[in-house]
Structure formats: C-alpha cells, structure tokens
Design a protein around this ligand. Structure first.
Ligand code: NAP
Length: 337
C-alpha cells in the first residue's frame, strides 16, 4: 500500500522531507502541498515533478479524502493548530519540532490525542534514529558500563545569524539534547541550571554564547551540555556517558583519515543536515511504516511536551541563574510506562 501524504510548509525542511518521501523512501507519495506562500508550494511541485495538488488552505489539505497522513513542516507557531486539526480529522501526523511553541500548547495536543484514544502524532526528533545514538543506547542497555552517573555533552555550530537569540540556544538547539538524552537514559529531568562562561568575541553583541546547561535526572544522573553556536570550526555533536565501570562515547561520523602535509587529520562536518541525513531518512521511513502497520512508535506528543517543559525551565534558569525545578505531571497511561 502506498501512503498518500499531505505536506504543510514547503520551506527548507519541508522541501527536504518531500524529496525524501517521493524519491528516497518506500511506501509513500506526496499528493498534496500547502504553504502560506502559494508560489513556494507550487515551485516544489514543479521542481520535484510531483503529481500533487497545491492547496490554498492547510485545513482543506488536512480534511481532503486524498490525504491519509499529514506532515507539518511550517514555522513553529503554526504547528499546534495543524496538529490539532489532524487529530480532529483522525489522521496520523508527523510534526517537525517544536510540537508547539509553549508547553501549554504541547499539553493541548497530548490531551486531544488521549481523548481520541489512539496515538496519531510523531514529533520530528530525529536523533533517536541516528546510528551513533542507537549504538550508544545499546551499550547502556547491555549494562557494559554499569549505571550512567554523568554525561558530558556538547552542541556546537560554526556560527549563527543575527536573528538567533540567547533563548533560541534552548528552544532551537538544546531541544534536541533535551529529547535524545531522556530517550538515551530512559529518565526524566528534575532540575536545570544555566551558567555563562566568558563570552566569545565571535558572538554578536546581543547573544550570550557559549552557555552550559546543567541538568539532574530523577535517577540522579548529572548532565552538562555545552552549547556553543559560534565555535567557527564545524558542526560538532558530542556525548560521553560516564558509567560505574566504564565510559561510552557517541561515535564520530565516519570520515577518511588523511596523512598529508606532516599532519594526521579527519574532516569535521559543518552542516547539521549532513550530520543527521541518515537519521532523517530513518525517522520518516519509520513513520510511514508505523502508519501502515496502524501503530506509531516514534517520539510521541508526550515526548514533545516533556522537552517543552524542560526547555521552559532552562529559559527561566538563563534569567535567574538559579537551579530551576522541572515539573512534569504524571505521564498518562496512554503513552506507556
Ligand atoms: P522555513 O524554511 O522558514 O520554512 C517554513 C515554511 O512554512 C515557510 O515556507 C513558511 O512560509 C511556511 N509557513 C509559515 N507559516 C505557515 C502557515 N501558517 N501555513 C503554511 N505554511 C506556513 O523553516 P524550516 O527551517 O523549514 O523549519 C520548519 C520547521 O521545522 C521549524 O519548526 C523548525 O524548527 C523545524 N526544523 C527541524 C529540524 C530538525 O532537525 N528536526 C531542522 C530544521 C527545521 P514563509 O517563509 O512565507 O513564512
């Protein structure tokens, strides 16, 4: 069976996911597209030679009988409205992060999905689908390094534009760690603190960069995440787990090792799209397969909500400098243990 997908938002990641669904992955085709800028949607249809209808209104796309599943890749503040509409229509929906721009918005989605009675939402957190993180989780689950005690992580980008603000280091950057580390440890955060080292001269005046986020989980694991978005040298994701009997480290992406000019070197990637290209393919293929099997298993609306609650606490901690509690309500049984 081929799954007929409708895509809302044909910007950078929307175009990339449309290419994926129509050219790379198995079992899906894009039959409908919408963007607030109609020309952008029409351009994607013609560039990718899609047999797809351009909708002027996202709600008409969602309710169309031609559309069996919805991809929401528009800008963040529009996600909640479209995901709620997909749930109301009883259609599976893959929503890019953030699920909603506030924890309250995420909770509205959790409540609507629980009321519907069946999982319909997958959030576009792709790191749990990355080969390296999966290998790391396998080591932790096997017990080879004992219980995890501490994590040392880094999220570094070469540089960011003028529109990037200090709180976006949490909502746009750290948000991926907030999701993947919960998944990796099978644990929830209980408190966060943010400290600011000496500011880099490469950061624009309005931006505090780098910053270090310190987190504690319910089981007592301590996590430090360095966010440094003007590091200049490349896009670099690090994660080292210190366990009771050993240390496990996220593998580096594979790269050719060179001996040249009296140096031994390997290249470092500079673009996040290249670093996680495999993970994006696997996450969307999993969504397509799960929809066809009638049971979603990827990052849930609850995961989107939990990440948003932790992000809110981090933003409060940026301002106060204090340790801020992360308070999650009890997880509805609907989302498993
Ligand atoms: P983008 O290039 O700005 O694309 C967003 C598109 O949505 C634009 O074409 C925009 O049109 C359109 N849009 C805005 N409001 C809309 C509405 N109400 N209805 C329909 N279309 C609307 O942004 P992007 O980089 O693709 O990011 C899109 C989302 O994906 C964001 O939430 C972002 O955080 C997420 N994302 C996730 C990852 C990841 O690693 N998982 C990576 C990149 C992006 P205009 O340009 O005319 O406003």
């Amino acid at each position: 069976m081929t799954l007929n997908i409708g895509v809302i938002g044909t910007g950078a990641i929307g175009r990339d996911h449309i290419r994926r669904c129509s050219q790379v992955l198995q079992g899906s085709r894009v039959v409908a597209v919408n963007d607030i800028n109609r020309d952008s949607a029409a351009k994607v249809v013609s560039e990718l030679k899609l047999d797809a209808k351009v909708y002027d209104n996202a709600h008409d796309l969602i309710s169309s009988p031609d559309v069996q599943a919805v991809l929401v890749t528009s800008w963040g503040p529009s996600h909640e409205e479209f995901v709620l509409a997909a749930i109301a229509a009883g259609k599976p929906v893959f929503c890019e992060k953030p699920l909603a721009v506030t924890a309250r918005g995420c909770k509205n989605i959790v409540d609507a999905e629980a009321k519907h009675g069946k999982r319909l939402v997958q959030v576009g957190f792709m790191r749990p689908y990355d080969q390296g993180y999966r290998a790391l989780k396998q080591v932790l689950t096997s017990g080879q390094i004992g219980e995890p005690l501490m994590l040392h992580c880094a999220h570094r980008n070469p540089r960011v534009g003028e529109a990037y603000t200090t709180d976006m280091a949490i909502t746009d950057t750290l948000i991926h760690e907030l999701d993947v580390l919960r998944w990796l440890l099978d644990d929830d955060y209980v408190s966060v603190q943010v400290v600011f080292p000496r500011k880099s001269s490469k950061a624009l005046p309005h931006l505090r960069d780098p910053q270090v986020v310190l987190m504690e989980t319910a089981k007592g694991t301590r996590i430090d995440v360095e966010i440094f978005v003007n590091c200049q040298y490349g896009y670099d994701i690090q994660c080292e787990v210190v366990g009771e009997t050993g240390i496990a480290k996220l593998p580096e992406p594979s790269a050719v090792q060179m001996r040249s000019g009296a140096k031994l070197s390997t290249e470092i990637l500079v673009d996040w799209k290249d670093r996680f290209i495999g993970a994006y393919d696997v996450e969307l293929q999993a969504f397509i397969n799960d929809v066809q099997a009638g049971k979603l298993t990827g990052p849930s609306a609850w995961d989107g909500f939990a990440a948003a609650v932790a992000a809110d606490a981090c933003i409060a901690a940026q301002t106060s400098g204090e340790v801020v509690p992360v308070t999650l309500p009890a997880r509805p049984g609907f989302y498993g243990k």
